[in-house]
Design a protein around this ligand. Sequence first.
Ligand code: SF4
Ligand code: SF4
Length: 85
Amino acid sequence: MKFLVYNYAVWYIIIIRAFAHPMNKEEQNMAYVITDACISCGACAAECPVEAISEGDGKYVIDPEKCIDCGNCAGLCPMGAPQPE
Ligand code: SF4
Ligand code: SF4
């Protein structure tokens, strides 16, 4: 009987932790990434609703912590550079 109670307790903890564990941003949703096709026109940065896009080294870059995966940047980029991760 003690063994059964112990088993239930272990499973209870496993299940609670699985559902209650706070997921980080990257686990919650995907972010877009800007590929090497970017020509640094800057059009996407101006239209990102959360200001996740900034000028990087040779191309624009998306901050995955800010990106809400709306797809605006992909829709307006003349080069099709932003892609879902
Ligand atoms: S709109 Fe496209 S080409 Fe222009 S900066 Fe953004 S990703 Fe680069
Ligand atoms: S997908 Fe939306 S939130 Fe993410 S970088 Fe593009 S415009 Fe910004």
